[in-house]
Design a protein around this ligand. Structure first.
Ligand code: G1P
Ligand code: ZN
Length: 539
């Protein structure tokens, strides 16, 4: 039976960089989740004939949210849902299922790399027919709808059994429960040379993959251990837990410190990688060596010809503005078009759909290609393993050779977390107002070349986005400031630093950036305004 429930609008359902992200307890408030889903449905309009993919990263409230979603979809006239078994589906696997089945989009219930559990975060990533998350023009409409919503529709019926593979019905709606790993594995096999990777592991190559108690464990065990032959136990923290075992499932130097320490110990394997909560982020480590995500993107681009799916050529590459310029130098030398977009994967979607780019990435541990419309953690690791298999070189050798060839962008990001939003907003607006006065100013050895907000004009839909403030120095150094759009409480100020060197290639990154960090803090008056003398996350 379809029920129409009266509801009161919440005023805060605005999507950020990657969907709607809130404290789990906020999402669990009466009708909160339902209001948002109904707002999406209202924005889409006629749902007859529409097919969506549904899944999540298994975090607390995932199972309940999916049941409510199914009942709302059936009540709103959706034709079919394709759902991952037991409600699990990584973000990249979901995008693949959307594209493979030519669906109208999908819903991945995840707050990505944010902690989970009752006291953690929950989120909804909503993608449209492109298989990628919707552009701001659409999320603005959803937000507007959510502010005036008065009712939603839901079926009054028992929960659906999502453990059984195959087709079932709820009213007129078809529900197909699929193995979320199977299609993903097939896609990876169609991109990479799995035989070459099997040979690599047969030769004694060792790796460790940290699934961080999140969604990619089962994908990683199937691919790395069962198919490619990495030794049993190579995949650690492989069982997805509702609270990720208390971990912050963000694969970076701060939150994946265990793995980093292991790789810098004498027990280190030849290679290590980690993924985030929903499997779209990746971290790459070699023996006693860390690869920055910006360098990783540059290296993947420089080696595309080694991968069967890309060996006949790629359209071009793109990076977010905050990502280092390493990939731009590789692109320029190899006559590849490159694009610089605002932070957030959704900005790559138009470029991929219009065949302007094949590869893209962000400094925030994301890289991917046009095989789907999301970043892809396991894909990035398979790409690296393929380069190693084809060249016989170590992660460190591959990276150092890249620096020799193209110069090294010393690069780091500093996050100041938990700031008062008013303080953070004021810091940014005052800094923006100050930018025009900075050109020509000297700070020690650094002289400002230009300072301006980053503005992006999308070549496909002509939309304009302003995101972040950038100070360029005459010596190829750069500071970028942004406020995070994925947090669930307070504000996070991100400060991105880059300094390009062509000769001095073997220095410690932090030491190379120390002076620039001081300048960044001084110009934005970070300590004076926030009371913080140092960042909470350095990565
Ligand atoms: C962060 C990253 C951004 C990434 C997004 C989703 O967004 O900085 O690159 O696309 O998460 O994974 P932010 O919190 O900075 O808005
Ligand atoms: Zn993620």
């Amino acid at each position: 039976m379809i029920k129409t429930i009266k509801t009161t609008a919440y005023g805060d359902q605005k999507m950020g960089t990657g969907g709607l992200r809130k404290k789990t307890k906020v999402m669990m408030q009466p009708n909160y989740f339902e209001n948002f889903i109904q707002s999406v449905f209202n924005t889409i309009g006629d749902l007859k004939g529409k097919v969506f993919v549904v899944g999540g990263d298994g975090r607390f409230f995932n199972a309940e949210a999916i049941q409510r979603f199914i009942k709302m979809a059936a009540a709103n006239g959706v034709k079919k849902l394709i759902i991952g078994q037991n409600g699990f589906m990584s973000t990249p696997a979901g995008s693949n299922v959307m594209l493979k089945n030519h669906t109208d989009g999908g819903f991945i219930f995840s707050a990505s790399h944010n902690p989970g559990g009752e006291n953690g975060d929950f989120g909804v990533k909503y993608a449209n027919h492109t298989g990628g998350q919707v552009p701001t023009s659409v999320s603005d409409k959803i937000y507007a709808n959510s502010k005036t919503i008065t009712e939603y529709k839901i079926m009054d019926c028992p929960n659906i059994d999502l453990s059984k593979l195959g087709t079932q019905h709820l009213g007129d709606m078809e529900i197909e429960v699929i193995d979320p790993v199977k299609d993903y594995v097939e896609m990876m096999e169609s991109i990479f040379d799995f035989d070459a990777l099997k040979k690599l592991f047969k030769s004694g190559f060792t790796m460790r993959f940290d699934a961080m108690n999140a969604v990619t464990g089962p994908y990683a065990i199937r691919i790395f251990e069962d198919i490619l032959g990495a030794s049993k136990g190579s995949v650690i923290r492989a069982v997805p837990l509702p609270d990720f075992g208390g971990l912050h499932p963000d694969p970076n130097l701060t939150y994946a410190k265990d793995l980093v320490d292991f790789m810098f110990s004498d027990k280190a394997t030849d290679f290590a990688g980690a993924n985030d909560g929903d499997g779209d982020r990746n971290m790459i480590l070699g023996k006693h060596f860390f690869v920055t995500p910006s360098d990783s993107l540059a290296i993947l681009t420089d080696n595309y010809h080694l991968i069967p799916a890309y060996k006949n050529g790629i359209y071009g590459v793109a990076k977010s503005a905050a990502t280092s310029t390493a990939v731009c130098r590789v692109a320029a030398k190899n006559n590849l078009p490159y694009y610089v977009v605002p932070t957030g994967w959704k900005y790559f979607v138009n470029l991929m759909d219009s065949k302007r780019i094949t590869l893209c990435g962000e400094e925030s541990f994301g890289s991917g290609s046009s095989h789907i419309r999301e970043k892809d953690g396991i894909w990035a690791i398979l790409f690296w393993l393929s380069i190693i298999a084809a060249t016989g070189k170590t992660v460190e050798q591959i990276t150092r050779e890249n620096w020799k060839k193209y110069g090294r962008s010393y690069y780091m990001r500093f996050d100041f977390e938990g700031l008062d939003t008013t303080v953070a907003d004021k810091l940014m607006s005052d800094l923006e107002a100050k930018l025009p006065t900075l050109a020509g100013k000297k700070f020690g050895d650094y002289e400002v070349k230009q300072a301006a907000p980053f503005v992006y004009n999308d070549p496909v839909d002509n939309s304009t986005t302003k995101n972040g403030l950038v100070i360029d120095f005459t010596n190829d150094a750069k500071i970028t400031y942004r406020l995070s759009g994925t947090g669930s409480t307070g504000a996070t100020l991100r400060v991105y630093l880059e300094r390009l060197e062509y000769n001095d290639l073997d220095q410690d990154t932090f030491s190379m950036l120390q002076e620039l960090l001081k300048i960044a803090m001084q110009v934005a008056e970070i300590t004076e305004r926030t009371g913080k003398t140092k960042a909470d996350v350095n990565t």
